[in-house]
Ligand binder design. Structure first.
Ligand code: HEM
Length: 403
């Protein structure tokens, strides 16, 4: 018999349900070929222990290095051919930027100045995503699983094993005292390899964790960049002074990113399954019930966000107790570990060892596109993906150069 399903759409209900320890992650059960035992699917103590370990990397002083050094190079490398051509497709630009940046964060050695290598890696990651989201697939699931396993083998041999070998050698030198610790790469793979003995981390779990990180970072970052610029250009058509401001003021652009992310969360729905009975939204959720949590609807809930809650407004007063991006980074124990990396710190917060203000990588990417004269191509409007029920663009032609 199918399990009972309860769908929640209200802000308070979704916010509460995401924080309940009696509810485990349930969206990726069918996608275990990629997602089995990765951070997002662990529950209880195993999740707490893995998250504690990975949180050591996701610190503000490391975000500072990623945003201000790593991303600067990635932007220069990735935008160069498009700037030279005076045009490009925002979808391609977004995926190349997000893929290169995420490869570094995950611990894959990658040259962001090599577009073919970036495209190859992106091809691999797309197959991993197909495996992770098997629950929504209309294809034969065993066929997809077999394809994912074949790509996983190829990834392991040509990408992951060389990355592991380099890091194991570096860790060995640090242990032997011949290399200072601060010369180790700051990435997820190094963090896992250094602590392999403390947690139960067999090779295949490390492989899936890195495969998961590559998708978690790449798709949501690219998606959010497209939506941010799309909203800024649409709003800017009626509010030219705000478009000018977005070009000059990264803090304002960061505000636009948060508002756009609230309206278009990269993962519009979260699933949970009750592992014991509990109450939410005034009703009892019995063990085994599947909760479908509609983040997109909650983020537009008029009782919290007001009657204009479903509209983009970068000057909106954010309701007390809510984040400006709503629930788009999740909440509770599974809240996104990359939130401050992509979304930055709010209101110029400088705590936690940062040397410069952190706007978040998405706002910095959007700013670089605008600074290069990035604008919609008036001759070629963006195209929505006909295969998707979501607001998902398959192409978004843009121009670069003097305005
Ligand atoms: C705009 C960009 C992003 C959005 C909207 C986003 C959204 C989310 C959401 C909604 C969740 C929770 C899912 C759930 O509770 O079922 C999540 C978890 C997670 N995200 Fe992100 N994410 C973004 C960027 C990133 C980046 C850049 C990384 C890493 C490089 C990342 C890594 C993760 C990880 C590891 C988790 C699992 C956390 C846990 O289970 O403890 N995300 N993200």
């Amino acid at each position: 018999m199918d399990e009972p399903v309860v769908e929640l759409t209200g802000w308070r209900d979704v916010n509460e349900a995401l924080r309940r320890k009696e509810a485990r992650q349930a969206l990726y059960d069918e996608g275990a070929v990629v997602m089995g035992d990765c951070l997002l699917t662990l529950h209880g103590d195993p999740h707490r222990d893995r998250r504690r370990l990975e949180n050591r990397l996701f610190r503000r002083e490391v975000f500072d290095v990623w945003e201000n050094q790593l991303l600067a190079q990635t932007l220069t490398d990735t935008l160069a051919p498009f700037r030279a051509a005076g045009r490009g497709d925002l979808i391609v630009i977004g995926y190349r930027l997000a893929m290169s940046l995420t490869a570094h964060v995950a611990g894959i050695d990658h040259n962001s100045a090599d577009p073919e290598a970036t495209e190859r890696l992106y091809g691999i990651v797309k197959k991993f995503s197909e495996g992770a989201t098997l629950v929504h697939s209309t294809r034969n699931k065993d066929e997809v699983r077999a394809e994912v396993l074949a790509v996983m083998d190829e990834f392991d041999e040509s990408v992951l094993q060389p990355a592991i070998a380099r890091r194991v050698a570096l860790i060995g030198e640090v242990t032997a005292g011949t290399r200072p610790e601060n010369e180790l790469p700051q990435d997820v793979l190094t963090t896992l390899l250094r602590n392999q003995d403390r947690l139960d981390l067999p090779q295949e779990v490390i492989r899936r964790e890195i495969a998961f990180y590559l998708q978690a970072g790449a798709h949501s970052t690219a998606n959010s960049l497209t939506h941010t610029l799309d909203q800024v250009w649409a709003w800017g058509a009626d509010h030219p002074e705000d478009l000018q401001r977005a070009r000059a003021d990264k803090a304002f652009l960061q505000r636009c990113m948060h508002e756009s992310l609230r309206l278009e969360p990269a993962s519009p729905v979260a699933w949970r399954e009750a592992v014991s009975d509990f109450e939410v939204a005034g009703r009892t959720i019995t063990t085994g019930t599947r909760l479908v949590l509609d983040l997109k609807a909650a983020n537009r809930d008029a009782s919290v966000w007001g009657p204009t809650g479903n509209r983009f407004d970068p000057h909106r007063q954010v309701p007390d107790g809510a984040a400006p991006w709503g629930l788009s980074f999740g909440a509770g124990t599974h809240a996104c570990i990359g939130q401050e990396l992509d979304g930055g710190l709010v209101d110029g917060d400088m705590s936690g060892g940062t040397t410069q203000r952190l706007y978040g990588t998405v706002a910095v990417m959007a700013h670089a596109v605008l600074e290069a004269g990035g604008r919609r191509d008036p001759e070629a409007p963006p195209v929505l993906d006909p295969a998707s029920v979501r607001k998902h663009y398959s192409s978004y032609p843009i121009l670069f150069g003097a305005l």
